[in-house]
Design a protein around this ligand. Structure first.
Ligand code: R5P
Length: 304
């Protein structure tokens, strides 16, 4: 097996290769003068099982992913690991004539190369989106759950487990909150959110099922984009006399002034995984991916 990391997933690709003890293949990425992306795999992948690791957080990332899948032509088997599947929130036609963008992307990936065998994604916004990958070609799609390494990371922070409360900022985050809380018996609950605009949300005051006064709160969410959701949730929890407020997410996009916005609202620490690589990628999903690629491995989920 050879691991080919794309521009968006260099560190994660290297970590996966280290976990598996397999070869990491370098690539050349550049742009032509007219702005088109150029991608080349440096190394021989003929007859190999090639694992392309590339998140999609920009249009260019998608092009590079498609180019890498094409460049691996000649491999005996190709696996695409797409840790962050961008465009997944554009999964329905809300107004007539709108593109269901994730469907268009799923189709382009599935038909990219006949050698494509499997696709791995991590905590997609809505599991139902995976149906767009069922396009009549024999490609297996798997969704991985990053909550175990996030739980482990929280547990290892040295905070008394009985003082930890996991909070989802909206009902859509309940499954993640439960999954993060359950392994170590942390309490959990969710808030109620109403989205006003692309970067403004309202979090409604809600009677929580748990007393959060003085507790160490971990707000968990699948994606943090503008930070608006977390900032509003933090303000509300502070008004309810919560203790320290930490934030843990799977996909930390942190666009515009998201980090400032959340810290200004009173967040003590930001934690995200390396599905999107940033300063806050404290939790690696490398072991999770490695275990899927090589089921014989016994990873334990402690982060690297
Ligand atoms: C939406 O339902 C997602 O789970 C996140 O809550 C949302 O994407 C966060 O976006 P933002 O950081 O812009 O508030």
């Amino acid at each position: 097996m050879k691991i080919v990391p794309g521009v968006a997933s260099q560190a994660l690709g290297a970590r996966i290769a280290a976990e598996l003890g397999c070869e990491l293949v370098s690539c050349e990425f550049k742009r032509f003068p007219d702005g088109e992306s150029y991608t080349r795999i440096i190394g021989d992948v003929e007859g190999e099982h090639v694992v392309v690791v590339q998140s999609i957080r920009s249009d260019t990332d998608l092009i590079v992913l498609l180019q890498l899948l094409d460049a691996a032509e000649g491999a005996s088997k190709i696996t695409a690991v797409i840790p962050y599947l961008g465009y997944a929130r554009q999964d329905k036609r809300f107004k007539p004539g709108e593109a269901v963008s994730i469907r268009a992307i799923a189709r382009s990936i599935c038909f990219s190369t006949p050698a494509l065998d499997s696709i791995y994604v991590v905590n997609v916004h809505d599991h139902a989106e995976l149906r767009y990958f069922q396009v009549g070609v024999d490609v297996h799609v798997h969704e991985l759950d990053a909550s175990p390494p996030i739980s482990d990371y929280i547990m290892k922070m040295g905070i008394a487990p009985a003082s930890i409360v996991v909070i989802g900022p909206d009902e859509g985050a309940e499954e993640l909150a439960r999954a993060v809380a359950t392994p170590y018996g942390f309490d959990y609950d969710v808030l109620e959110k109403k989205r006003l605009t692309g970067d403004e949300v309202e979090i409604k005051p809600k009677e929580l099922s748990i007393d959060i006064e003085g507790k160490n709160i971990f707000i968990v969410d699948d994606i943090i984009s503008t930070g608006g959701t977390i900032a509003e949730a933090t303000k509300l929890l502070r008004e309810q006399n919560a203790g320290d407020i930490y934030v843990a997410c799977v996909h930390g996009l942190f666009v515009q002034n998201a980090v400032l916005r959340m810290l200004h609202a009173g967040v003590k620490e930001l934690i995200s995984t390396d599905t999107v690589e940033s300063l806050f990628s404290r939790v690696s999903i490398a072991k999770l991916v490695a275990k899927e690629l090589e089921p014989g491995l016994n990873p334990g989920f402690s982060d690297s």
